[in-house]
Design a protein around this ligand. Structure first.
Ligand SMILES: Nc1ncnc2c1ncn2[C@@H]1O[C@H](COP(=O)(O)OP(=O)(O)O)[C@@H](O)[C@H]1O
Ligand SMILES: O=P(O)(O)OC[C@H](O)CO
Length: 499
């Protein structure tokens, strides 16, 4: 009976289950969107129970639709939207509040307060992160401070915290296992990425009891088994865990220092592998943990862009400019340029390299001649400009000049965007045949742990190029366009009306 690996890719807007065969080819996929809650301006929340129910639904449908029996699954890999924080009561198995999503700005005041106490450098030195609402630590504090009775329950040891991977492993194993992996722990603002331990001092600043935190493990090992009633009568090993961006780095076979990938999903996340060496950044990049196997710990530099594909969704759903994201390309190529229009999609502030959580989106350069096509093209170009911002910071801080950039995620189907990306960075852009590298990375991690695949070398041979986009723009045009973008971002950051 042929065996397979199953990946659960729990993303910001949808939950996906994918089945991979020995060749690393997709043999089944099932996806469910779930509700986004915006209780106040800038806040974003999910219902962790709905995340679990969509997970069960996609598990059932992927097996049924691909006609594969649960007993044919050799291992399960989990990859997840990172930073999003769930706090649940282990005595009832119920979350005590919605999951606070990575994009949410509701802990801005907590961050400001910690900054005023002069603590940012210590957080940065220990975690590689910044005091921004993006990361989990302040979200946990917010829940403990704002949900009635939560702090007492936490002190009693009844509450558990987890990023989404932790929550899903807990549910799949029937509440037996409370774990996370290095990559997810490295996004919490509570984990010392150099000493590889929860940091008591940082926990004290955040007033988070250590008893709430999961055990931290490597990204590829058998953590536990599914309980039969949640996995169709089978006890299948849960054998891989990684935050989605690190999973994509692994799925792109970026295993050595200097290799980089950029994922164009809701946001855009560029990660460069830096080997066993952690590179500290002066330019607003994050130092983070990459997937390590064979007992090794690896680091990466990361540039985080909060709004990328979601700007295209905004054109589709908010401005109703088209009804299918793929149409954005047709509109963009109908004009030769944006004719000086720039869209800065700072809907939830700006991430790398600006870290301005109070900035909000802006449009510049419109004239009476501006048409829908210019507007759409400018929005697509904004993804590429933001990526160039990150690339410049990365090359500066790592001292490595990128030879090429591997890309993945929903928006890389857009050929216009990929060509413009290569042009504006002056670096070749490589799109692989299997675009689902996040799920594939988690599958590889699980497959390596259960002996389904032998080694990283075996995996590396499977990476296949679909198309390479090479720079075609002259350097004068490139720098002129990019300097317009830089002016637009500066102007966006100046506009801060009282809210
Ligand atoms: N052809 C396209 N051109 C531009 N953007 C696209 C295209 N197709 C999908 N997208 C965008 O890609 C995103 C979906 O990518 P995906 O990797 O599934 O995201 P996530 O995992 O963050 O939910 C959406 O935000 C969508 O607007
Ligand atoms: O759900 P995605 O794919 O947009 O990824 C979210 C990131 O992990 C946030 O850090």
């Amino acid at each position: 009976m042929e065996k397979y690996i199953l990946s659960i890719d729990q993303g910001t807007t949808s939950t996906r289950a994918m089945i991979f065969d020995k060749e690393g080819q997709v043999v089944g996929v099932s996806q469910r969107e779930f509700k986004q809650y915006f209780p106040q301006s800038g806040w974003v929340e999910h219902d962790a129970n709905e995340i679990w129910s969509t997970t069960l639904a996609v598990l059932a449908s992927v097996l049924t639709e691909s006609n594969i029996n649960a007993s044919q699954i050799a291992g399960i890999g989990i990859t997840n939207q990172r930073e999003t924080a769930v706090v649940w009561d282990k005595t009832t198995d119920r979350p005590i509040y919605h999951a606070i999503v990575w994009q949410s700005r509701q802990t801005q005041d907590i961050c400001n307060d910690l900054k005023e106490q002069g603590l940012e450098q210590e957080f940065r030195d220990k975690t590689g992160l910044l005091l921004d609402p993006y990361f989990s630590g302040t979200k946990v504090k917010w829940i403990l401070d704002n949900v009635e009775g939560a702090r007492e329950k936490a002190e009693r040891g009844d509450l558990l915290f987890g990023t989404i991977d932790t929550w899903l492993v807990w549910k799949l194993t029937g509440g037996a296992i409370h774990v996370t992996d290095y990559t997810n722990a490295s996004r919490t603002l509570m984990y010392n990425i150099y000493e590889l331990k929860w940091d008591e001092q940082l926990l004290e600043y955040l007033t988070v009891p250590k008893s709430m935190l999961p055990e931290v493990k490597p990204s590829s090992e058998v953590y536990g088994h599914t309980v039969k009633h949640h996995f169709f009568g089978q006890e299948v090993p849960v054998a891989g865990i990684a935050g989605d961006q690190q999973a994509a780095l692994f799925g792109q076979s970026c295993f050595t220092a200097g290799q980089a990938k950029n994922t164009y999903g809701t946001g855009c996340f560029m990660l460069m592998h830096t080997g066993e060496k952690a590179v500290k950044s002066d330019s607003g990049l994050l130092t983070t943990l990459a997937c390590g196997i064979d007992g090794k710990v690896f680091y990466a530099l990361e540039g985080s862009i909060f709004v990328a594909g979601s700007a295209i969704q905004w054109l589709r759903d908010g401005l109703r400019m088209f009804n299918d994201s793929a149409k954005s390309e047709d509109y963009a190529v109908r004009v030769q340029s944006t004719e000086g229009v720039y869209v800065v999609p700072a809907f939830v502030g700006l991430g790398t390299p600006y870290w301005d959580s109070e900035a909000r989106g802006a449009v510049f350069g419109i004239t009476r001649g501006t048409e829908k096509e210019h507007f759409i093209r400018a929005t697509l170009e904004s993804l590429a400009y933001q990526t160039r911002d990150v690339l410049d910071a990365m090359e500066k801080d790592s001292g490595i000049q990128l030879k090429n950039l591997r890309v993945d995620g929903g928006a890389v189907k857009n050929n216009f965007l990929m060509q413009f990306q290569s042009d504006i960075m002056d670096v070749p852009v490589q799109r692989p045949e299997v675009n689902e590298t996040t799920a594939l990375g988690a599958a590889y991690l699980a497959g390596l742990a259960v002996g389904f695949w032998e080694s990283k070398d075996e995996i590396e041979t499977r990476w296949k190029l679909d198309r390479e986009f090479t720079p075609e723009m002259d350097s004068e045009s490139r720098e002129q366009l990019y300097s317009g973008w830089q002016q637009a971002v500066k102007a966006t950051q100046v506009f801060k009306p009282k809210r």
